[in-house]
Design a protein around this ligand. Structure first.
Ligand code: FAD
Length: 288
């Protein structure tokens, strides 16, 4: 099926894109990689009068280190994340997760900003961004503001971005030296999306204890979320395989698991426990 006719605009700056969004309101959509938006338009699940292409805006893509943070432009492709040497050195979990998204065509066109703004409940990157304690910079008609990743994913395909706002960059604090990270995913055999994805970030304290644990889950509920109960169990503790398994068993607690033909809620919750244990064990090995 073809999308209903729309007018195409190629924005050359973030300000221009914000202005176009203001002018056309609900009748406009931003286009990044198009790998989530175009299927929606082609199936006519949504129709719009104006498509605002932000892919060619200078400075909206790229990965750099600045002031103890890794700064990632919203239009950076999944493939660029996957192959970035900076990420492989400083934030390997992000490169690792990006490598597991879809297939090469999806990774070459799809962008981190599109993935976070779309907030598909089965997307990989929201969990990673949450586990890394990131911040999202957005630009809108009232200027720019920052959204903590913890406050960003508010529900099914819903985020804290306000109408008219554009996500411009993702800022991730560079983890301290003794931090171990891992992303574990059960991919849907047909789509490649995460039936369950677990991002684990463990930071060592004195001795062999865990000073900080951040665990985030995607695929299970309507939105990516932290596994607070499991995190609390690990903080200040000396990890052992048994403790990690116990914490992993708590990961689905408090999340209303979704169900579909492939994975009913109980199976999803069990997948979360299994993948959380794998992610925690790998993060612990890397932390040591
Ligand atoms: P677009 O489709 O261009 O946009 C998506 C939405 O976000 C639109 O509403 C758009 O207006 C909005 N938007 C885009 N950029 C911004 C911005 N900077 N600020 C504000 N709003 C913005 N994803 C996974 O995580 N894991 C997978 O395994 C996976 N497999 C896939 C397999 C297939 C076959 C396909 C088609 C997609 C798959 N995806 C998967 C989704 C893919 O990662 C998409 O690229 C991503 O969800 C959206 O990014 P995009 O750049 O294509 O955004």
């Amino acid at each position: 099926m073809y999308a209903a006719p729309f007018e195409y605009h190629r924005a050359s700056s973030v300000q221009e894109a914000v202005g176009l969004l203001q002018r056309y309101g609900d009748d406009a959509k931003l286009l990044a990689g198009g790998h989530s938006l175009l299927p929606v338009l082609k199936l006519r699940l949504s129709t719009i009068g104006h498509l605002i292409d932000i892919r060619r805006i200078e400075g909206l893509s790229g990965i750099r280190e600045a002031g103890g943070e890794i700064v990632i432009g919203a239009a950076t492709s999944h493939a660029a994340l996957q192959h970035s040497q900076l990420l492989q050195q400083k934030l390997p979990i992000l490169a690792e997760a990006a490598a597991q998204i879809g297939d090469p065509a999806v990774r070459n066109l799809g962008t981190i900003g599109g993935s976070l703004a779309h907030a598909d409940p089965a997307a990989d990157l929201p969990a990673v961004i949450l586990a890394l304690g990131s911040e999202l910079r957005v630009e809108g008609p009232d200027g720019s503001r920052t959204i903590a990743a913890d406050d960003c994913f508010t529900g099914l395909f819903s985020t804290a971005l306000r109408p008219g706002e554009i996500l411009t960059e993702i800022r991730v604090p560079v983890p301290t030296a003794r931090t171990g990270t891992a992303y574990e995913k059960h991919a849907h055999p047909a789509s490649g999306f995460a039936v369950v994805g677990i991002a684990a970030v463990l930071t060592a304290g004195t001795g062999n204890t865990i000073a900080q644990a951040r665990i985030a889950v995607t695929g299970v509920g309507t939105a990516a979320t932290r596994a607070g109960k499991a995190e609390t169990m690990l903080m200040g503790q000396t990890p052992t395989p048994d403790l990690l398994q116990l914490a992993a068993s708590k990961v689905p607690d408090g999340i209303a698991a979704r169900g579909d033909l492939y994975a009913p809620p109980e199976f999803r919750a069990q997948l979360a426990r299994v993948h959380a244990e794998r992610a925690l064990l790998r993060a612990w090995q890397r932390m040591r």
